[in-house]
Design a protein around this ligand. Sequence first.
Ligand code: 76R
Length: 278
Amino acid sequence: MADVITGAYELPQTMEGHYVLHDLYGVHWPFWLSQSGDERLAVLAEATAWLREQAGAGQMRSALYSMVGQKADLLLLHYRDNPEGINRTERSFRRLRLFSYLRPAGSYLSVIEASLAEANAVVLRRLAERSLIIGSSEYQAAFAAEMAKERKVLESRVLRFIPDQRYLCFYPMSKRRGETVNWYALPADERRALMRGHGKIGHRYHREVIQVVGGSIGLDDYEWGVTLHADDPLVIKRLITEMRFDPASSRYAEFGPFHFGIRQPGDDLSGLLQAAIA
Ligand code: 76R
C-alpha cells in the first residue's frame, strides 16, 4: 500500500521487438463457390504470390492458419518492424481480388514484449556469486556487461520469426483493476514475485509450447495478446489450465475471446479455400 499512499510506483521494465497483427477473416462461401474455376484460380494465384512475398524468403514474417469454429475461417499473422510495416501489409491485402470474397472477423495489434525484471534478477544473482563490492566501479562495469549479454538474449526473443508449430491459440488478456483486486495497485515486489511464479510454471512447458506475449496497452482493447504455438493441442489446454490455478492468473487475469487455428502447411491459401470445394 505504501506505493499508493506515496504515489511512488515502479513501472515494469520491458523490451519491445516486432509489431504483431492477428488478422482474422471469414469467407463468403456461397459467393466464392459461385465463381468459375478460372476466376478462383486467378484470385488464388494473386493471393498466394502476395502471401509468399509477405512471408519473406525463409523468414516467416507472415503465416496463414486455418481457424477452427465459426469465429473466423482464416488468420493471417504478421510480424513487422513497426506499425507502418503492419499498415502497409494490411492495405496491400485489401487491394487483392481475394478480399472481396472475405469478411473481416477481427484483428489484434500488439508488440512483442519481454520483461527486463527477470534479466535484472538473474544478473544480480550472478554478481552476488562474485566477490565484488556492491556500488564499486568494478561492480557497475560487471553489471553493465552482464546486462548487455541478457539484453542480447531478450533481443533474439522479441525480434523473432513466427514459430512454425502446427497449432496456434490466441487470446487477448488484461490484468484486473477492480476495487478490491487491482494488479496495478500492487507493490512492484509483489508483482515481480507473482510473475516469477508464473514464469516457473510456464518454463516447465518451454520445450512444448512457444509463448509469444505482445504488449498492447495503447494499441488494442486488452493489455496483452497471448499467442501459444505447439504441436500438441492438449498441451496448450493443459498449460492454460495450470495457469488458471496460478495466482497471477487466478486472481488477476481477465480474458478476451479465444481463437484456435491450424498452421496451413506452406501457407497454402489454395489448399485452405479449395479443400472445402472438393
Ligand atoms: O519471458 C519469460 O520466459 C520470462 C518469464 C515470463 C514472463 C515475464 C513468462 C513465461 N511469461 C511472462 C509474461 Mn507468460 N503466459 C501468459 C499466458 O492463460 C493465462 O492464464 C495467461 C496467459 C500463458 C499461458 C503464458 C505462458 N505472460 C507474461 C505476461 C506479461 C505480464 C506482465 O508483464 O505483467 C502475460 C500477460 C503472460 C501470459 N509464460 C511464460 C507462459 C509460458 C509457457 C512461459 C515460459 C516461457 C519459457 O520459459 O520459454
